[in-house]
Design a protein around this ligand. Sequence first.
Ligand code: ADP
Length: 473
Amino acid sequence: MSVGVLAPGLLVATLLLFIVIASVLVSNLVRLRESFSWVQHTNDVISAVAGIQQAVLEAESNERAFLLTGIDAYAADFGRTRDQLVSRFESLRALVSDNGDQVASVDALRAVAVMRITQMQAAVDLGPAKLPQALDILEQTRIEPLTERIETMLSTMMRGEQARLMQRQSQLDSETFNAALITACLLILAVAGAAITAFLLEHQRALSRERESDLRLQRLQAELLRVARLGTMGGMTSALAHELNQPLAAVTNYLRGSRRMLDQSSHPEAAKIGSALDKAAQQALRAGAVIQRLRDFVGRGETERTPESLRAIVDDALALASVISRDRPVEVTRNLDPTVDLVMVDKVQLQQVFLNLIRNAFEAMRDQSERKLFVGSGPLEADMVEVVIADCGPGLDASIAERIFQPFSTTKAEGMGVGLSISQTIVQAHGGSIRTEPNPGGGTIFRFTLPLAEAMQYRHGPHWPARTEALTG
Ligand code: ADP
């Protein structure tokens, strides 16, 4: 299954997973909030218990200080601490109101604390003036140690709350860790989702680009086919005319000779035969003229020359040729000199030349395991560029190597043998020339020249491949 088909499914799965994990995160956050408020609540209870502990101790020390010094400020402080103790018990009770056991403990604690406060209040009321009676009360607290009982009860409560706090704290920690983990998962999923989306968009773009270039290739192919057909017809007509001219000239010569022989004879029908021979000669001449006109017409072929990019023409031809030989891909190396890129040519005709040469090279290498093509260009003279197309095929067949540019020379069963002759006609019509040479590493090199759109300073480019260099190795 291709990635393009797999990716949308993967994206949907990622989104679904994202939604599921996001809802898990939401419920985890709700629990986290609850745990947090429980921890907060336990902390509140602990500080309320500590506050009560503090207030009991303060009340006791104020009571004693007043009895020992008689300073009223201590009595006033005692009264304030006592009132505070009452309100602290109220708030502690309110805090634990949802837990029956805790309410019971607070009530028990409050009862003992009230007893102790009442004792202290009685001693404070007696004051230093009645110190002996007050000391009796203090003595009584030694026998019945209410403060210690309060302390023990408070410590028990404190320990219970602290254990609860630890438990809630560890729950909070594990929920926080879970939330972090889930958030990380969500982030990873979001990144994965974004990556898949980006991939899909790019894939879509690549598909439409491919479709566009396929369309362009199809159009180009159709146009080239049309031109090729015209060119083939032209080439065939021209070759036929050339072939027919000689027999026609021979016919005319024979007719003329026959006429001369007739003139010297005394044949009774000489006049009649002579006129028939004249007419036949006239018709042969007419046929010759018709053929000449046909050659002129085909040979004239109007061209439209504009400055064109050699690289673009090569790219188009390579794209077309690779479509034709898709099943046998060829490794192509391009070395096109950008300083001699603009040529003054008829673009479609030049595409035809490149396509002919490249297709021939591809076909020559078809049955080989190694298929390499080199396409290069370099400056030749001030106003010309030389193009090289080299393959590593079997090389030219010796039987036709000499007449390769002549029409109807082919070694292929299905071949017409006009591609190279048309290519030569086109190159020559542009003021250039074309030739072949063996590729030193094996294969064939085609070299042809074209006019530059703008003349340039001639350079001996060291980068330009030497003539003896193997161009495809
Ligand atoms: P066709 O391809 O129809 O045969 P062409 O005029 O294009 O006509 O080619 C003529 C002949 O030249 C081919 O049949 C082939 O034998 C030979 N030829 C052309 N290019 C190459 C090449 N690159 N390698 C080997 N032989 C080639």
